[in-house]
Unconditional design. Structure first.
Length: 103
């Protein structure tokens, strides 16, 4: 009985973690337009400096690795050093990148 309860608790925790990790692609797009266009082209309809990979290119390259993207955005590279994103903002940007993946 104890093992059954423990397994149920683990399933509930896993399900709630997945729900919390879900981001809002539209909010991610807005964040990208606000913070990332200095270096990146963030979508097909806008322009950026294009000194870094475009968001559509990143989405194609990293489509299967949302955890890798989350880790990368948690500890940004030097040009992004002053950018401290919340977990929700990171999830939103990851959701936006996922929305750019060709289906």
């Amino acid at each position: 009985m104890r093992q059954l309860v423990f397994a149920a608790v683990l399933l509930l925790c896993a399900a709630s973690t997945s729900a919390l990790a879900a981001g809002d692609a539209q909010a991610g797009r807005q964040l990208a337009q606000q913070w990332c266009t200095g270096c990146h082209v963030v979508d097909r309809a806008t322009r950026g400096a294009d000194t870094a990979p475009s968001f559509p290119a990143i989405a194609r390259r990293e489509a299967q690795h949302p955890e890798r993207l989350r880790a990368f955005l948690t500890a940004p590279h030097p040009p992004m050093a002053g950018l401290n994103l919340s977990r929700q903002q990171i999830d939103d940007i990851v959701a936006y990148l996922a929305s750019l993946t060709p289906r």
